[in-house]
Design a protein around this ligand. Sequence first.
Ligand code: ZN
Length: 127
Amino acid sequence: MDSEKLDFYREKLMAQRKKVVKIIEGIDENWSQNIRDAVGNVSAYATHIADLGTDSNEREKETYMLERELKNLKNIDGALKRIHDKTYGICSYCGNDISDSRLNAIPHTEFCIDCKRNEERINHNHR
Ligand SMILES: [Zn+2]
């Protein structure tokens, strides 16, 4: 892949990275606010117990979201590293070029569409 294209995808990935980091920071803030609220509520212990169900549900949702975004961040950083190593746009599995339309849709992808489909089929069969 020529350096002009690599730059294009790097920009794309950096923009995505910024978005993901913002979401992660937002979750962290909400989370610590939740914890502060819970600690501040010790005097109203009975009320807090009644609220606990919703609280832990909310935390579970945020944990799930945080995990998803951290995974996203890892994928983006992996793609940025591949741009740096000049291996970006090459399927990690079969070594073929990944199509531009696929990279445009999912800039952090590591696999060509064929390998991705195979993977999905394999996962599907295991279920
Ligand atoms: Zn492949």
